[in-house]
Design a protein around this ligand. Structure first.
Ligand code: NAI
Length: 270
């Protein structure tokens, strides 16, 4: 896809850890579509990950930011608008982490200080980001803000644990804050509910391969890859989606609307 539909648009991309990350593919796709951006991740991820490779490939600068810290967020937004010499047209929040999932703690036995940390990183950070952007008035009119979600916000999936609540909260923040951002600033706020995807965060969920195979068999178009998600993000940052806001948008090959596929039924006939 080689359409320059983001020419002249500038923004910030959170969450590119390595070349499997959805944010990594999104950064390459936004770059290809003519957008300019600052890349950011937590200080630890910047030290351990490969973000500098991506920065070189896309001619971007990188600024460390722990997305749970208001001080870091203020600094990031201030510096980014200086570097880009402009207010922002787009922001991608591609951040998720549950300590309980990472440490394989069962949902019926959660540690609540771990739950609180995961909630802050995965969900409240989105409110913090929106509030910082809103108060600093650093979004251009008709700008677009996108965060990434998963269908466990609506339906039960084993092993997704407290991330299900985090995603439900994240989607609600998009609607609630999106209302004010729309009314006061003409900025849209949406979440994309993405197919299971083999990334560092995805692989943290026990049995990801089974999730992937089940979703693949139950989706008429097959699972959406990280690259498919990147292309959807580009469309949501573009002027072609100016009146789309407060939505949770499924990018899942049709999975969310299928009861059961013939492939899955056939397995039970065997
Ligand atoms: P990833 O592991 O590549 O990205 C997660 C990112 O969150 C990492 O770059 C990590 O450094 C960052 N992060 C963690 N704590 C942070 C903090 N305190 N401050 C700033 N950044 C922090 O994995 P992936 O899959 O690309 O995840 C991106 C988003 O997509 C997440 O919201 C995830 O929940 C969501 N998603 C992933 C799916 C999957 O199956 N992989 C499915 C649906 C949604």
């Amino acid at each position: 896809m080689n359409h320059k539909i983001l020419e002249g648009k500038k923004g910030i991309i959170f969450g590119a850890l390595d070349d499997q990350s959805i944010a990594w593919k999104a950064a390459l796709a936004v770059n290809q579509a003519g957008g300019e951006f600052v890349l950011t991740n937590s200080p630890l991820a910047i030290r351990m990950g490969k973000i500098e490779e991506l920065a070189q490939q896309t001619g971007s600068q990188t600024i460390a930011c722990d997305a749970t810290s208001l001080e870091d967020l203020n600094h990031l937004i201030e510096k980014s608008t200086e570097i880009l010499n402009s207010k922002l047209d787009f922001v991608l929040h591609s951040i998720g982490m549950s300590v309980n999932v990472r440490k394989k703690r069962h949902y019926t036995n959660l540690k609540y200080d771990w739950l609180a940390k995961g909630w802050d990183i995965s969900a409240v950070s989105f409110h913090k980001l929106l509030q910082t952007l809103y108060k600093s008035d650093k979004m251009n009119q008709w700008g677009s803000i996108v965060a990434l979600s998963y269908i466990a916000a609506q339906r039960t999936f084993p092993n997704y644990s407290d991330m299900a609540e985090n995603k439900a909260y994240l989607e609600s923040v998009a609607r609630s804050f999106g209302y004010y951002f729309g009314k006061e600033k003409k900025v849209r706020v949406n979440t994309i509910s993405q197919s299971p995807t083999p990334t560092t965060a995805g692989k943290g969920v026990k049995g990801l391969d089974a999730f992937l195979n089940f979703a693949q068999a139950n989706s008429p178009l097959g699972n959406a890859t990280a690259l498919d998600c990147a292309h959807y993000i580009v469309s949501l940052f573009s002027d072609y989606t100016r009146k789309v806001t407060l939505q949770n948008l499924y990018n899942d090959g049709g999975f969310s609307m299928v009861g059961v596929s013939e492939e899955i039924l056939t397995k039970f006939l065997e």
